[in-house]
Ligand binder design. Structure first.
Ligand SMILES: *Cc1c(COP(=O)(O)O)cnc(C)c1O
Length: 395
């Protein structure tokens, strides 16, 4: 929680903020980067100091200069009141929702939301007397009618990281506020460079910092950014849960953030090139990329987003599981694994299964999620071409 952003926010470009915010070389013998602070105990010199509790740091769990630097950067990018760094994206979802509800309340969750967020709601919140309902991502202003007097929090993820449906965050914010609820948006896909939910009326924005912020598949992190009205409860819940992120991991987040704008631009360019090319390939039933005119929510994308991310879906014509195996098992450059946001390309076959309850997923065929990294685009296309051929042959 950085309390001294230096007045530049709003006047300078995001690129400049990413380069200069969150570090104070003068405090560190001139070294460019804020070093890794590892520390639990913070020392007090006198009883007066202990009684006053006015030192910048009192105990390491509340943060240190390394975590503060990250919070300052993300907060400036999102245009929030304050931001907290958390140990994972799931921890960020947890803190955000818990800050809005108590027993007897209700949370509405978008049907395309990240699966562990749904599991937190179903397996944890329900146990403590919070009701959970799922809504169609395309519900738009209809969300107001879907809400009940008990609804206190609405979780949106636009676009969802498996099916890439967008949500009308503006309409959601209006509906939420009319009904006395808070709107939480998972903004991991676009990053604050390309989408600013708080500007559209959202109350809390969370990130899986593990993905684009870290950018190198080597650390976990999450962030939660809130408006002034929501901040006290967010910080209270974080404290009571004891969530803390180590200086080592915070350092990796800060290091990733320094290059976020150029990485995002390159991910966007490469992903768009491959997504566009895939649309004309054999076996491809559809490409799920919001920046393509063929995407059902493209109008909403153009209205609200400045750019797109690394991640999109492709649906291949129906074929048995053996074809899916033939596609992924012999990929040479794309590798298979969870997460995304690193420099390396990933391909993940997706089976939605129990993850759709409000709006059934009716697309026929096999869905693959692609994260486009920094290999040569032509090499990636060749890898996918060969995979599509194997897919067809195995049928
Ligand atoms: C990965 C992810 C999360 C969770 O982040 P972790 O750091 O893995 O806990 C949340 N939301 C989205 C959209 C994600 O892709």
């Amino acid at each position: 929680m950085n309390e001294h952003n230096n007045g530049k926010v709003g006047e300078q470009s995001i690129e400049t903020l990413l380069t200069h915010l969150g570090r104070q070389p003068d405090d560190h013998f001139g070294f460019v980067n804020t070093p890794v602070y590892r520390g639990s105990t913070v020392l007090f010199k006198t009883l007066d100091d202990l009684d006053a509790q006015s030192q910048r740091y009192l105990y390491g769990r509340a943060g240190n200069p390394t975590t503060d630097g990250v919070e300052e950067i993300v907060n400036a990018l999102e245009g929030g009141y304050r931001t907290r760094l958390l140990p994972s994206g799931v921890a960020a979802i947890t803190v955000a929702i818990l800050s809005c509800v108590k027993a007897g309340d209700e949370v509405l969750i978008c049907d395309n939301a990240y699966e562990p967020g749904r599991q937190f709601a179903d397996d944890f919140l329900e146990r403590f007397g919070v009701n959970i309902r799922y809504y169609d991502p395309g519900i738009g202003a209809g969300l107001r009618d879907f809400m009940s007097p008990r609804t206190k929090a609405i979780l949106a993820e636009s676009p969802g990281s498996l099916t890439f449906e967008l949500q009308d965050i503006r309409a959601f914010a209006e509906a939420a506020h009319a009904g006395g609820a808070k709107l939480i948006v998972d903004n991991s896909w676009a990053s604050p460079l390309y989408f600013k939910p708080l500007e559209l009326g959202a109350d809390i924005v969370i990130h899986a910092g593990t993905k684009m912020f870290v950018g190198h598949s080597d650390a976990f992190a999450g962030t939660v950014t809130a408006t002034e009205a929501c901040w006290p409860e967010v910080e209270l819940i974080r404290r009571r849960l004891g969530f803390f992120t180590s200086g080592d991991d915070a350092y990796l987040v800060a290091r990733g953030l320094r290059t976020l704008s150029i990485r995002m631009a390159e991910h966007e360019r490469r992903a768009l090139e491959i997504a566009t090319w895939l649309e004309s390939q054999p076996e491809v039933a559809s490409v799920l990329h919001p920046a393509l005119p063929s995407h059902p929510d493209h109008t909403l994308f153009k209205r609200d987003f400045k750019g797109s991310g690394s991640l999109f879906g492709v649906i291949l014509a129906p074929a048995p599981r053996a074809s899916v195996a033939a596609f992924v098992d012999q990929l040479e450059l794309f590798t298979m694994g969870y997460s995304w946001g690193g420099y390396e390309s990933l391909c993940l076959p997706v089976v939605l299964g129990d993850n759709r309850t409000a709006k059934p997923w009716t697309h026929e065929g096999n869905l693959f999620r692609l994260h486009i990294g920094f290999e040569g685009v032509e090499d990636l296309k060749a890898d996918l071409s060969a995979a599509i051929e194997r897919y067809t042959r195995a049928r």
